[in-house]
Ligand binder design. Structure first.
Ligand code: RAM
Length: 544
């Protein structure tokens, strides 16, 4: 099977060149794909059974207004006919990613018709209580995890074909037949490619930090499948931005570097003909990219991920193999660099999806300048590690010029805050990227962070993704107490609201925030929110 997939995918790789001029040769693409396949991890399987039955109860004080309250034992549920308890919710006790099975058995008469059962799977209680239809989300409705099964003959054992991500399962009887039956022996074959156990935290670490670390590890474990997925419920694919953060967290926990290597090669093999990386790729039915979906900042962060990988593993071969790809990503910025040292944001914004965060109205100009400088610096470091500085001899000059321009045009000395040129919006993200790129001095960085707390109309991060960079910027500018407070406040907030795994979007002031217009479609086990694992373990002096 593996061989067939590889042949198909390699065929695809070759096809790239037949469409037009390909920046990479078919041989390069095939080799990168082969390397990716070589590091395809085995999934470990574990059969998990439900811990009990719960009621989903409305409670305004709980996350999104719902909570799960233990109601009866699983045995009691198995023994009674489904007809008498349709709508019951089983609780597996923790977040799982895998395949759900249940047994349907007749009670005391001969089944004479099919049975129709609906299963609804939820990562969080609200998914079991919020009607999915009429559907009004911005992403495909089919991501929502409800499945109707027609059991043609009873007894039978039913396995839902799609892989699911859930803690809770609602079981409803649709169109009751003329006979009684039970459902029992519910189980989930849970899968992950994680097989290592990270080092335990020292006994002195406070309980909240322990909880945050535990939930972060759980999030990462669930997302580590045959690639670093962004979310096992949705989108189940490899995105560069998610990989970047997952790889960091993995580096300080499971240390399964083979998965990082696989993902770096896979992204390279599936780059656009221009040589620029597509922001996300799919493994199935054969490896292919989400074509023409390029995220400016993600493409540049690939270089940082490669540098981090080299530093963590010393695997020069991989870094050398992929250096050409990293070098090519630098060119993405080139057309936008103006004589004054500023990048032309308006122009780039037309050509690319410039991301940084899911937050409506975020003005991304300043962060765009910052991430480019940062990626240039990190790529220069990578070049130095590989002895390739000569190939990027233009970088030091660019970094200097762009930094000076950012200081001149984007910094408001009066307020101590960074804003855009025409758009004077104040956001966390703008300050953060001016700090990470070293545009702000340490003193300026601290002043900007303090000014954020009192400035009016500040645009706050909408996702743990953006929050990660905020914490990193606090660490980088020496605001260690603030970094700890921010981490415990934000991720600790999710823990206190009952998170088993960390969420894709989170605003402490708006539990129902959704980038997609309908919160049940959000992912509640999302890769990019696992990074407390990295902070807690990389900087024990600050966070432990
Ligand atoms: C969403 C996913 C993914 C992210 C992109 C930009 O679709 O949540 O994690 O990387 O957005």
């Amino acid at each position: 099977m593996k061989k067939i997939v590889l042949a198909l995918a390699v065929g695809m790789g070759v096809a790239f060149s037949s469409f037009g001029q390909d920046f990479y040769s078919p041989g390069e693409r095939d080799y990168w794909l082969q390397k990716a396949q070589e590091y395809l991890p085995e999934l470990t399987e574990r059969v998990v059974t439900p811990k009990g039955v719960v009621d989903i109860v409305g409670d305004a004080s709980c996350f999104q207004g719902w909570k799960a309250v233990s109601s009866s034992s699983i045995q009691a549920f198995y023994e009674r006919p489904l007809k008498s308890q349709s709508g019951v919710v089983l609780d597996f006790g923790d977040h799982l990613t895998g395949y759900f099975t249940i047994v349907v058995s007749p009670m005391n008469s001969t089944p004479d018709a099919p049975a129709r059962i609906k299963f609804t799977f939820g990562e969080v209680p609200s998914e079991l209580a919020t009607p999915f239809d009429p559907y009004r989300g911005g992403l495909g409705r089919a991501w929502l995890q409800d499945e109707t099964v027609t059991v043609m003959t009873v007894p039978d054992t039913i396995t839902i074909p799609r892989r699911l991500a859930f803690r809770y399962v609602k079981v409803e009887l649709l169109h009751a037949p003329n006979y009684e039956f039970t459902v029992s022996h519910a189980s989930c074959k849970a899968v992950t490619s994680v097989s290592a156990t990270p080092e335990p935290l020292p006994a002195t670490v406070p309980p909240l930090i322990r909880d945050i670390d535990r939930v972060g590890l759980n999030t990462l474990k669930e997302c580590m499948q045959t690639v670093y997925e962004d979310g096992p419920k949705r989108d189940q694919r490899l995105w560069i931005g998610d990989l970047y953060l997952e790889a960091l967290a993995n580096m300080y926990s499971f240390k399964q570097h083979g998965l990082t290597k696989r993902c770096l090669y896979l992204l390279a093999a599936l780059a656009d003909e221009s040589g620029y990386l597509n922001a996300s790729v799919f493994e199935r039915p054969y490896p292919h990219p989400q074509a023409k979906q390029m995220l400016y900042d993600y493409a540049l962060l690939y270089n940082v991920a490669l540098k981090n990988y080299l530093e963590a593993t010393g695997d020069r071969q991989t870094a050398e193999d992929l250096w050409k790809v990293a070098k090519r990503q630098l060119d993405i910025a080139a057309p936008y660099l103006q004589d004054n040292g500023l990048l032309d944001f308006e122009k780039a914004n037309k050509d690319y999806w410039i991301f940084f965060d899911w937050r409506d109205g975020l003005h991304r100009e300043t962060a765009f300048q910052g991430v480019t400088i940062y990626a240039y610096q990190q790529t220069l470091e990578l070049a130095k590690l590989l002895g390739m500085e000569k190939e990027v001899a233009h970088l030091p000059g660019h970094i200097k010029r762009m930094t000076a321009a950012a200081r001149k045009y984007l910094y408001d000395k009066k307020t101590g805050l960074f804003t855009g040129t025409a758009n004077k919006q104040v956001s966390y993200t703008s300050q953060v990227w001016m700090i990470l790129s070293g545009v702000a001095t340490k003193a300026e960085a601290q002043r900007a962070i303090r000014a954020l707390q009192t400035a009016k109309g500040v645009v706050r991060p909408g996702t743990p993704y953006a929050y990660h960079y905020y914490i990193q910027s606090l660490v980088d500018c020496g605001m260690e107490a603030e970094a700890k407070e921010a981490l415990t406040g934000y991720w600790g907030g999710m823990v206190q609201k009952g998170a088993d795994t960390f969420w894709e979007a989170y605003d402490p002031e708006n539990d129902r925030l959704s980038p997609y217009g309908f919160f049940p479609i959000n992912s509640y086990c999302h890769a990019w929110s696992c990074t407390p694992v990295y902070f807690i373990r990389k900087y024990p002096g600050i966070f432990q």
